[in-house]
Design a protein around this ligand. Structure first.
Ligand SMILES: *Cc1c(COP(=O)(O)O)cnc(C)c1O
Length: 390
């Protein structure tokens, strides 16, 4: 089955839909049984999508987990109330005091904070590594290294990683390979084809796609699925069926949404490339993006999120640029239908293994589903305010 067909059918088993098109919203804490036999049978089949208790998931959760596993791959999908919860719970499910993890330097900032502020005090040490390290990861692996964590492309700075090379070496040392696959969305990058053991997503972004739900997912291979699933349950992780319904609805249009985000973002990035104020386009589909060759080799497409650096400017000019935009609102997220912008002057503060050398601000854009010419006109007038305030 081709991907666009899977997007339409994923998770729509008859037992979840009850004869209509979409899986139903099953709100429950208590699941009730009439006989001892029924209750025992449910408990025995708790890993077999039988409802036992609300925290273990209802049919809506089973439908969404099925859909994610069909789209992204793996043996199963654990659900969490946010992408951050998915990352932190996936990591803690596989480490103990005395262990060491390798974390990519371009990781999402809260992932770094978890390592530095939570794992550290539990006696789990983190070493950050250059996202472009490739085979060089070998030299950083210690006898107690348990997890090699990747995020590709990286948050804000967009480096694309050589996932299969890093995964191969990590496996030679019996390490677990985890990937934050939020940008690939399980659509444009298929983690399990490249050696990833556990793929985590902020479904908050493109899966939900409408900026109205927080949700996290972690899909895992056969080998790691039982431990991930059991730990998720032991840690009390559960999600709202109403939110899962919205995420299932989001999935149905993710194919066409991503294609449109991609098309408009490429047009905006190509326009920016010709602007005199712009230094480097950090879009994985552009040669100027570090790791572009791995994007070309491993991804089937891009989306609406990319960054660029400026070759001039200061805080005042950047503020004038951001304040003058009308279609681009400032926001700490992406993946919805709307365009967003972030201006960043302190990339250095979220890097430790690598040096950020750009002298001028970085701007991250999420290109939404508005008419792309309106977006370009908005950016053009913002550059006028920028230049007036230099
Ligand atoms: C947003 C984001 C997260 C965290 O997701 P939340 O649902 O906001 O907790 C994790 N990783 C990446 C790459 C993200 O962009």
């Amino acid at each position: 089955m081709k991907q666009d067909t899977k997007i339409v059918t994923a998770g729509r088993k008859a037992k979840w839909t009850n004869g209509v098109v979409n899986p139903s919203v099953t709100r429950a804490s208590t699941v009730v049984f009439n006989t001892v036999d029924e209750m025992n049978n449910a408990l025995k089949n708790r890993y077999n999508q039988k409802m036992v208790y609300g925290r273990r998931g209802t049919t809506t959760a089973f439908a969404f987990s099925d859909a994610m596993t069909e789209l992204e791959g793996g043996a199963g999908c654990a659900l969490y109330p946010s992408g951050t919860a998915a990352i932190t719970n996936a990591i803690i499910s596989f480490v103990e005091a005395g262990d060491h993890i390798l974390m990519v330097d371009s990781a999402y900032e809260p992932t770094r904070d978890y390592c530095d502020k939570i794992l550290a005090k539990m006696g789990i040490e983190t070493t950050y590594y250059d996202p472009l390290i490739g085979a060089g990861i070998d030299a950083l692996i210690r006898p107690n290294t348990r997890i090699v964590f990747l995020e590709s492309p990286g948050s804000i700075t967009m480096e694309v990683q050589d996932v299969p090379t890093i995964a191969k070496i990590a496996h030679q040392h019996d390490c677990i390979v985890m990937l934050d696959n939020t940008w690939g969305a399980g659509i444009n990058f298929k983690p399990f084809d490249y050696g990833v053991d556990i793929s985590v997503q902020a479904a908050t972004k493109y899966i939900v796609g409408h900026s109205d739900v927080m949700l996290g997912t972690a899909t895992a291979t056969e080998k790691y699925w039982p431990q991930l699933r059991d730990n998720s349950y032991l840690m009390g992780q559960c999600t709202s069926p109403d939110d899962l319904y919205l995420a299932l609805r989001g999935i149905r249009t993710i194919g066409v949404r991503l294609k449109q985000h991609q098309k408009s973002a490429l047009k905006v990035a190509n326009w920016l490339k010709e602007r005199p104020e712009v230094d480097t386009i950090l879009h994985p589909a552009f040669e100027s993006c570090p790791g572009h060759e791995f994007f070309k080799r491993d991804f089937s497409g891009s989306n609406g999120l990319f960054s660029f650096t400026l070759n001039c400017g200061n805080r005042k000019a950047l503020t004038a640029f951001l304040d003058s935009l009308t279609h681009f609102k400032m926001g700490y997220s992406w993946g919805g239908f709307e365009s967003l912008v972030l201006g960043i002057t302190s990339v250095d503060s979220i890097r430790s293994a690598t040096k950020w050398t750009a002298k001028f601000p970085l701007i991250r854009l999420h290109i939404g589903l508005e008419d792309v010419d309106d977006l370009i006109a908005d950016l053009a007038q913002a550059f006028e305010h920028f230049n007036d305030n230099l």
